[in-house]
Design a protein around this ligand. Structure first.
Ligand code: CTP
Length: 387
């Protein structure tokens, strides 16, 4: 059983917090409702107290800061702004400022408010602090409009809350910034053709999702992902190796960088602006090497920063090459995966790895990429803890 602080702010979606309180209580958690004064004009304090079987605090008691999770659902535009600047004008905002554990918020507001640069900036601030965000969804809004701004359904918020609680050991990454690259780059030949590779992005996406579950603020640089990105992470979509390099380097101060993307080693020396018409003559392409991003990150790796590279190669010789690659690229960890088999690796749901680090090597037998992500982040978390 965990202690969950359930903040409720003013808005028509406050009624959804009733169902969320009920689900959390049913799952055996100790729920403390913390409605703002505005929330009480939508649903009475007594309703929340009855559902949570707990009194709502009238002032900030120190023991409240000991909770396992703070959930604010719905989160209004007003309280979002207060959280971003650290205002403390009611019990909920005081609590949010004093609390140091994992926080999950479910925004609910009018589409134009949600899209306003001020709200965007506030969301970004929260995300950078490691606050987990669920929704809002697209759909009917209170004023008869349709757009993005609806609070996620209570079941979806509950599910995220349960995930965060299950990994509360993993709140170890709370306050850490994790940058993950995933997918395969495309190098243009002309306006319609490109050189690509078979990477689906599944491994990197699984790592981003796992880092997020452990409470990190995650930025995912996705190169042509064939799988959906996890919700709640900052997604930056790129196509080519050059774009991936630019976006990665501008975020290279993250605490952890995982280079899971399959970055092209070569690109056409010149790409044609228009589509080349078919002809009978041989078309010879000249390829030039791309910059090795991982190498540059390794060179500039600061003390305490964890940089993880991937080495896709074949068999025992491949493992030896991966060890050398770790030294050459000065990465903290190098994850070797054997691409000679077709039941693991590229474009597969499973992987089989050897995680190579200073402290030795950890073989990870064939398992799902989600399970592999857990193993990789266990190593990363241990390294951060020891620094
Ligand atoms: N990488 C990179 N920039 C590149 C190419 C690769 O950052 N231009 C990263 C990949 O994201 C991956 C690692 O470097 O983490 C892979 O290293 P690489 O030298 O490309 O090795 P492999 O592709 O595994 O093997 P090979 O040596 O045969 O190219």
């Amino acid at each position: 059983m965990a202690r969950v602080l359930l903040g409720i702010t003013g808005g028509i979606a406050a009624y959804k917090a009733c169902e969320l309180a009920r689900l959390l209580v049913k799952a055996g958690h100790d729920v403390v409702p913390v409605p703002t004064p505005r929330a009480e004009s939508f649903v009475s304090r007594e309703t929340f107290e009855a559902l949570a079987r707990h009194r709502a605090p009238a002032e900030l008691y120190p023991h409240l800061e000991e909770a396992d999770l703070l959930v604010i659902a719905p989160l209004s535009a007003n309280t979002l702004a207060k959280l971003a600047v650290g205002a403390a004008d009611n019990v909920l905002t005081q609590l949010a400022l004093a609390y140091r554990g994992p926080t999950l918020v479910a925004p609910a507001m009018n589409t134009r408010m949600w899209e306003h640069p001020a709200a965007r900036a506030n969301v970004k601030t929260l995300r950078e602090r490691g606050v987990q965000i669920v929704g809002p969804e697209h759909g009917d809004l209170a004023e008869g409009e349709v757009g993005t701004g609806r609070m996620s359904e209570p079941a979806a918020v509950f599910e995220r809350a349960v995930e965060l609680l299950a990994h509360s050991s993993c709140a170890a990454l709370h306050g850490r910034r994790v940058l993950v690259t995933a997918g395969g780059t495309r190098e243009p030949i002309d306006s319609v053709r490109f050189i690509a590779n078979r990477s689906s992005g599944r491994m990197g996406v699984a790592i981003a999702a796992e880092a997020q579950r452990r409470g990190a603020a995650v930025a995912l640089i996705g190169a042509n992902l064939a799988v959906p990105p996890p919700s709640g992470v900052e997604l930056v979509e790129v196509e080519s190796a050059a774009e991936l390099a630019r976006e990665t380097e501008s975020r290279a101060d993250a605490d952890v960088i995982v280079m899971a993307a399959a970055v092209a080693d070569y690109r056409p020396a010149a790409s044609l602006e228009h589509k080349r018409a078919k002809g009978v003559a041989i078309w010879q392409l000249e390829l030039e090497p791309t910059d090795d991003i991982l190498c540059r990150l390794g060179e500039r790796r600061r003390k305490g920063q964890v940089v993880v590279g991937f080495a896709a190669n074949e068999g025992e010789g491949g493992l030896a090459a991966a060890r050398e690659k770790r030294t050459a690229k000065r990465t903290t960890l190098m994850v070797f995966n054997d691409i000679s088999r077709d039941d693991v690796g590229f474009d597969s749901t499973h992987n089989e790895l050897v995680i190579i680090g200073d402290g030795g090597e950890r073989p990870v037998g064939r398992r799902t990429k989600e399970e592999c992500a857990v193993a990789i982040l266990d190593e990363v978390t241990a390294l951060l803890g020891s620094r």
